[in-house]
Design a binder for this molecule. Structure first.
Ligand code: HXC
Length: 276
């Protein structure tokens, strides 16, 4: 369900009308920002496959919609998401896990080209932390508790956590988090570069929306290409990454937005980006 609203609060948690399919995410737009809120508050937004499918469907739909330039994901006050749904996985066999290929949905999210801002309050654990790390700008509330506690369940991170956390915070801290299952508070997460900003809980969502709106006022092509270039830093050597960045940088000179942005600077006026 998508609605449009000018908002200072995230989409409200709600119950579906009788007979309707349960909506595990709530979606609405604010200008050029598409906003998604997880809607499983009773289980701290545990990420079951249905929720992940709804999330990927919505993100892909918005990724293809030219009227939206930036996407924002949030949870509730108590939890961004406390991980994959443990009840859903507890009795599955290795064959069932392999056959249902749930990570295909995560791959769809990873391929979203528009920048994704995350507003993170409370728990971001396991798959919740992994999803947070797939977002591009993370605004954390002072209440955020971030971790990969899968070791307590006899497993390990499975949605990119061993790779993304290690790249983000380095081996020593990643090992500490993943092998002990300890949580990081927001201050430590900021200090270690795992989140972009920390704000008081009451400002978490509004700050994230403010950042998303600011980003949405930039040239949409440059936003997408810059995201791609930064992500390349995680997948290549420095030399390869710098070479790749240079090609993308040259490519942006084929856009009207580049001409407009630079001419506006020279003319001392605000640019009007058209996404062309
Ligand atoms: C299913 C969950 C859940 C989860 C919480 N709940 N986390 N249900 N999957 N990941 C449910 C609880 O069962 C409980 O339901 C309700 O949410 C509230 O949780 P409580 O435990 O009562 O709250 P609290 O005591 O405040 O503790 C909060 C908590 C704890 C520290 C976050 O719930 C917790 O440790 N959760 C599990 C975190 C975790 O291990 N995440 C990693 C999952 S594995 P009831 O019905 O009792 O009220 C993973 C792998 C990802 O993410 C890889 C691939 C997808």
């Amino acid at each position: 369900m998508t609605s449009t609203a000018s908002m200072t609060k995230p989409p409200r948690e709600n119950a579906p009308p009788p007979g309707a399919t349960e909506s595990l995410i709530l979606a609405e737009t604010d200008g050029a920002v598409g906003i998604i809120r997880f809607n499983r508050p009773k289980v701290l937004n545990a990420l079951n496959p249905e929720l992940m499918t709804q999330l990927a469907d919505q993100l892909e739909a918005w990724d293809a919609d030219d009227s939206l330039h930036v996407l924002l994901i949030t949870g509730g006050d108590r939890a961004f998401a406390a991980g994959a749904d443990i009840g859903d996985m507890a009795e599955r066999s290795v064959v069932e896990m392999e056959q249902r290929n749930q990570f295909a949905t995560w791959d769809r999210i990873r391929r979203v080209r528009k920048p994704i801002v995350a507003a993170v309050s409370g728990f971001a654990l396991g798959g919740g932390c992994e999803l947070m790390m797939m977002c591009d700008v993370v605004v954390a509330s002072e209440t955020a508790q971030i971790g990969q506690p899968e070791i307590n369940l006899g497993v390990m991170p499975g949605a990119g956590g061993t790779q993304r956390l290690t790249r983000a915070v380095g081996k020593a801290v990643a090992m500490d988090m993943i092998l002990t299952g300890r949580f990081m508070d927001a201050g430590e997460a900021l200090q270690r570069g795992l989140v972009s900003r920390v704000v008081p809980p009451e400002h978490c969502y509004t700050e994230a929306l403010k950042i998303a709106r600011l980003m949405a006022s930039k040239g949409p092509i440059a936003l997408r290409i810059a995201k791609e270039a930064v992500n390349k830093a995680f997948e290549s050597s420095l030399a390869e990454g710098v070479e790749y960045e240079r090609k993308l940088f040259y490519m942006l000179f084929a856009t009207d937005d580049q001409k407009e942005g630079m001419r506006a600077f020279v003319d001392k006026r605000r640019p009007k980006f058209e996404g062309k």
